[in-house]
Design a binder for this molecule. Structure first.
Ligand SMILES: C[S@@+](CC[C@H](N)C(=O)[O-])C[C@H]1O[C@@H](n2cnc3c(N)ncnc32)[C@H](O)[C@@H]1O
Length: 234
């Protein structure tokens, strides 16, 4: 387990404590995103993932995956897309569903969004969002429950890499209760088709730190969803 030297701004003791539920010798460090170098995040230090794991450790990683300690390929792509195309968020109120580290929410604020709500079901992710927002000098509003959000003036819902859990497919319709427009990034579902969503583009990327995932998970598709294409959602 590594100790943190006084004044080491690349480390974060509170996030280190959280990530050790996944891997007892893991720690986080500040890492600039290769495809968005103006954003840096506290992510699991690559050195801690670069060794063989015991079966117990593998089980523990599965049971306690710290999703917030990675910037997923889809998150990196959606952040880059928003920074390159700020008109999607400029002056708007935005909701980031499944925010994880907060990467896409932070990109939206940097691209000129008026207000961004970062929503994640995992309380640790919200701590990570807060720490990463401070690191990048932006403000985010945090929510641990989509259904508790009562704002009726959200312009855009953004979501990156949330369909790895097939239970989340039902949210593709629910999103339109919260915003008339959705930007979705995904590399997990092959031949994604949904009549509310149309494909925008495909962009190659990778998770940070790099998990050496199969090529298919490194090709991210971006989709736009529009409420007017949607049938009524109850
Ligand atoms: C793979 S991570 C993606 C994080 C980030 N968007 C990115 O691309 O780096 C998925 C995140 O979605 C969150 N999540 C999954 N199901 C959720 C739900 N029903 N409501 C809110 N967040 C959810 C998880 O806790 C996790 O932080």
């Amino acid at each position: 387990m590594s100790t943190i030297k006084a004044n080491d701004k690349s480390r974060n003791a509170s996030l280190d404590k959280l990530i050790r539920a996944m891997l007892t010798d893991a720690f986080v460090s500040v890492q600039p995103l290769p495809q968005c170098p103006h954003i840096s995040l506290y992510l699991v230090d690559p050195s801690t993932m670069d060794r063989p794991f015991t079966l117990d450790e593998i089980r523990r990683i599965w049971d306690h995956t710290a999703y917030w300690a990675f910037c997923w390929a889809s998150g990196q792509v959606l952040a880059r897309f928003i920074l390159d195309n700020p008109h999607w968020v400029k002056g708007k109120k935005v909701l980031d569903f499944g925010a994880g580290s907060g990467v896409v929410a932070i990109a939206a604020m940097k691209a000129g969004a008026k207000h961004v709500i970062a929503c994640d079901i995992d309380p640790q992710a919200l701590i990570s969002c807060q720490q990463n927002a401070e690191l990048n000098q932006v403000k985010l509003t945090l929510s641990d429950d989509l259904f508790a959000i009562k704002d009726d003036d959200i312009d855009l819902l953004i979501a990156a890499d949330v369909l790895y859990d097939r239970a989340n497919l039902s949210f593709l319709d629910t999103f339109f209760k919260y915003a008339p427009q959705v930007l979705l990034a995904d590399s997990r579902i092959k031949n994604f088709q949904h009549h509310h969503y149309q494909a925008l583009e495909k962009i190659a990327s990778f998770t940070v730190p790099d998990l050496d995932e199969f090529d298919e998970f490194r090709l991210v598709s971006l989709y736009e969803g529009r409420a007017e294409q949607a049938t009524t959602v109850n």
